[in-house]
Ligand binder design. Sequence first.
Ligand code: SF4
Length: 290
Amino acid sequence: IAGFARERLREDFRRADVGISGVNFAAADTGTLTLMTNEGNGRMVTSQPRVHIAVMTVEKVIPRFTDLGVLLPLLVHAATKQRMSVYQTMINGPRRAGEPDGPDQLHLVIVDNGRSRLLGGRYEEVLACIRCGACQVACPVYRTVGGHAYAATYGGPIGAVLSPLLDERPEHAALPYLSSLCGKCADVCPVKIPLPDMLVDLRADHQAARGDATRQARGWRLWAALWTRPRSYRASVGMAAAGSLLPDRLVRRLPGARRWARGRELPPLRGAGAFRRWVAMRARRDGAGR
Ligand code: SF4
């Protein structure tokens, strides 16, 4: 595929008037734009067309060129487990006199889009993201639902944090709930962004904004009261087990269930004694092993 793409796309790159690329890092002290690729497409798009337009978000700016010594291997290893990507393209400006290739013009577009608003706030650390994608690969939810389910530019745990912070569209407010909070994203993040903590905080922000916090707290208090007393615990689990015997169509018509059940499958409960049976089975197995 790479061979075919190279042969087919090379002419397109040569004929194009304008090449548009992203940027992995931009060094503030030298103005160097760095692009990492494994296919060489970055180098073609930045060197062949007459005009190169580089688009980057503002947090890609790093203080010093020498910081790349740490950041490049960190990014590449977290993203693909390579020591270094096949191509590292460093751009310092348009083609100068005597240079064989490169664009006549270089335009750099720096997108803020709400990012600088996060500086100094409790979600500031999210700006340290180097877009390696490791949290996505590690996330069991992302691996199950895929990137399109997030309906935003960024998917996975980083998208579930960043999208609602940058854009207050109602559909983004639900993204922090798209996580089991297993913590794998924080384990693999090379820059140690506390993603699960942020997801919990964003949920709390969302509840507070909707005025649901008190209602939720009341609900949890009721749940705690029921489940810390054996009799009411057994009664509630028994009712849930009995409810699971009702036909799915009927359950979906119950007051309050219709909206919740839309787009969800209701798994059958295994019965109130399932946990006890599991404990007894383990005890029998352990006894037999001695
Ligand atoms: S949050 Fe961390 S793991 Fe996820 S893309 Fe950003 S740097 Fe990589």
